[in-house]
Design a protein around this ligand. Structure first.
Ligand code: NAP
Ligand code: GDD
Length: 359
């Protein structure tokens, strides 16, 4: 039985990946942070009630308290598990927040990656343990080429992107210096019903569902013109695994090859709740109007603008299609929006009216 360690297991991707690996017959170890509030909702989906009860005694799923910024802790956990595969998904992953917390983002996203690679090296596991690093299309930032592929030069536009560029290069450097199977998946945006609630897609699908059910008045957004290559997270975790099963350690772009504006995402999301949007005005005065009632339900709030923006991202998935046999459009853009809206329409059914939205 293969053993995998997943950092960031409580996050969107970590929860899907743990599920995927358990289905493949892996013994899965997840790193979780101590938190004053419960942070394991996404993991509950992994377990039947029976499995949850059996978890502590006899299960293939194990949780370890830890933090990637704590090198001693990470080294001890890796030395105890001696995993065949490590998926380093832990990150301060919010781009706008990285402008507020650049130092912390650096500690987690850059130094955290080094801590894992160093642990593998110090413990003499370089021949046994394969390491996957969660790299990102944010590395391309102010894009130097359209579409972006593995050879496109990087130009990050946020403290998050700059910290992740260290993660990318240190992974490649350990591969070249110590002959490790250490690789980067350069993933473009991927979303799901488990997406964090302050990323734009989930913010939109939750708000559209609440507005349709009379539980929220308006949705405030930043840059409506921003273009993203959005895929489905459940499809993308399969690719992380494929990258580690490949015969050679190589970096791969994972994307759909299609991009849409935030404005289009808003239109599709509301459409699935039965509301049709009409746009009026420009720039910060642009408003989304409910065509049937004439009410303003979407407005621009400059507080959601970023000090430096990534205007567009479009990935070229040719390499992952050809070498890994991965299908980038298993779930279409419209299906993705529909999956998210349907899940949120169910979720908000039993909610009270929203009092205030800070983010
Ligand atoms: P996410 O939902 O924000 O999850 C991040 C995970 O990292 C959470 O489990 C979080 O724990 C954990 N974490 C944060 N700081 C940590 C620390 N210091 N030590 C240990 N764990 C820590 O992110 P995601 O969307 O699943 O993304 C997974 C990874 O892929 C991230 O590295 C992200 O940067 C990268 N990525 C994501 C996308 C995307 O579109 N989703 C695209 C490219 C790359 P808590 O639950 O306790 O906060
Ligand atoms: N979050 C947010 N909130 N974004 C908004 C809003 C808003 O109210 N209004 C407009 N946007 C725009 C942002 O300015 C950005 O251009 C785009 O919507 C997407 O924002 P996010 O959903 O926050 O994602 P991201 O693209 O910045 O970062 C995500 O994808 C990266 C891969 O490209 C994150 O998952 C990163 O961790 C990941 O690396």
């Amino acid at each position: 039985m293969k053993k995998a360690l997943v950092t960031g297991v409580t996050g969107q991707d970590g929860s899907y990946l743990a599920e995927f690996l358990l289905d493949k017959g892996y013994e899965v170890h997840g790193l979780i942070r101590r938190s004053s509030s419960y942070n394991q909702e996404r993991l509950e989906d992994l377990l039947t009630e029976e499995e949850a009860n059996a978890l502590l005694n006899n299960s293939n799923f194990h949780l370890h308290y830890g933090d990637v910024t704590d090198a001693l802790n990470v080294t001890r956990i890796i030395s105890e598990i001696k995993p065949d595969e490590i998926y380093n998904l832990a990150a301060q992953s919010h781009v706008r927040v990285s402008f507020d917390m650049p130092g912390y983002t650096l500690d987690v996203d850059a130094k955290g990656t080094l801590n894992i690679l160093e642990a593998v090296r110090i413990l003499s596991l370089t021949e046994k343990t394969r390491v996957y690093q969660a790299s990102t299309s944010e590395l391309y930032g102010k894009v130097q080429e359209v579409p972006q592929k593995e050879t496109t030069p990087f130009y990050p536009r946020s403290p998050y992107g700059v910290a992740k560029i260290y993660g990318f290069w240190i992974t490649k450097n350990y591969r070249e210096s110590y002959n490790m199977f250490a690789v980067n998946g350069i993933l473009f945006n991927h979303e799901s019903e488990r997406r964090g609630e302050t990323f734009v897609t989930r913010k939109i699908t939750l708000a559209a569902s609440r507005i349709a059910q009379g539980k929220q008045e308006k949705l405030f957004l930043g840059n409506l013109n921003s273009l993203r290559d959005w895929g489905y997270a459940k499809d993308y975790v399969e690719c992380m695994w494929l990258i580690l099963q490949h015969d050679k350690p190589e970096d791969f772009v994972i994307a759909t090859g299609e991009m849409h504006t935030v404005r289009e995402f808003v239109e599709f999301a509301f459409k699935h709740t039965g509301i049709h949007i009409e746009w009026q005005g420009d720039g910060i005065d642009e408003k989304g109007i409910n065509k049937e009632t004439g009410e303003v339900i979407v407005e621009v709030d400059p507080k959601f603008f970023r000090p430096a923006e990534v205007e567009q991202l479009l990935g070229d998935p040719t390499k992952s299609k050809t070498l890994l046999g991965w299908n980038p459009t298993k779930t279409s853009f419209e299906q993705l929006v529909q999956i998210m809206v349907e899940a949120d329409m169910r979720k908000v059914e039993n909610e009270e009216k929203v009092k205030v939205m800070f983010d």
